[in-house]
Design a protein around this ligand. Sequence first.
Ligand code: XIL
Length: 366
Amino acid sequence: MQPPFRQWNRREYLALLGAGVAPWPARANAESASLRALGSQAGIIFGTSAGLQNYNDEAYRALVLKQAAILTPENSLKFGELRPDEKTFAFADGDAMLAFAKANGLAMRGHTLIWNEWLPEWLKSAPSAKLPYLLDRHIETVMTHYAGKLQSWDVVNEPFVAWGNDPGGFRPGPWYSALGPDYIFRAFQRAGAADPNTKLVLNEAWTERSDIYGLAVRKSLLRLIDQIKDKGLRIDAIGLQAHLDPRISYDDASFVDFLHELEARGLAIYLTELDILDASFPGSFAERDQMAADRVYSFLQHALSVKAVGMVVCWGLSDRYTWFRDPSVMTALKTTRLPRALPYDDNLQPKPMREAIARAFLERKL
Ligand code: XIL
């Protein structure tokens, strides 16, 4: 049982301070301090994904600039966006986001080079024999374009599946069909050569759950990392998406064991897409939000006990923009109520989840 999440009072702040390193009030005032500042004090780069539509929402933009230290373009750098046809590299959106980040003192991540999803039709119908060339050319061109400008790149996204008869098996798709698991090694090899200065990340979903699928994906991931390293290829970090779904069994203590296994392999750990599906929570907004906060708090408190965890990126900051509200995603996730998945509500007001994140940062002992 985890202790329930609750508001903390001044006495508790002071107790924390006694154990802490930074002076009052910077460390103590979790409500007025930004998540960016609280994260930084805890050795965490805190950030959010961002979509182009967010630029036009002035209030949201201000929230992002206040709270985030790093941005992940939600879709702009995906193959399907960048490559409307074989000849084109449509960098305009990604470049605009990078300019925005740079002008405002934010870092940016690259998401994502090679993924068996979000691919254009022309790639899906390209002859298999051509895929190695297309993979190389994509990685080299895109990474060269952004060389030295991005904090990290998700080189390969979601290599494994958490469904079907082969839990933890490789995700099917054009790259896998043409090259087998070699598509992953090849991607890391090319990425390492194209930009020696950005962190190379293997990004995956599912590992936060502890049903047979989550456990199988953890195992597959550890094996894959060992293989990447055995081949002498560079991999700097593992990205764990952290789309929490409390309908599925979880066990934060065993997740911590898994994080230690990653840490033992010398990898940094990034939590890359944190949000929570509240479909199973009953009752009013207040009850739902509190239960979401409790879950997020416990998850982060456990994860942050592992030193290698150095980044927490939410998949959006306000419920206004959660991807869970996409009608097709709601159908896939079997939820009919509008999800409230993020630390700020539709009116950009902080929710208990915001305090849960702040508190987990504040309490981290490094
Ligand atoms: C999602 C975006 O948020 C949506 O806007 C888009 O329609 C689908 O993709 N795992 C990932 C992300 O790695 O790229 C996905 O982003 C969410 C799941």
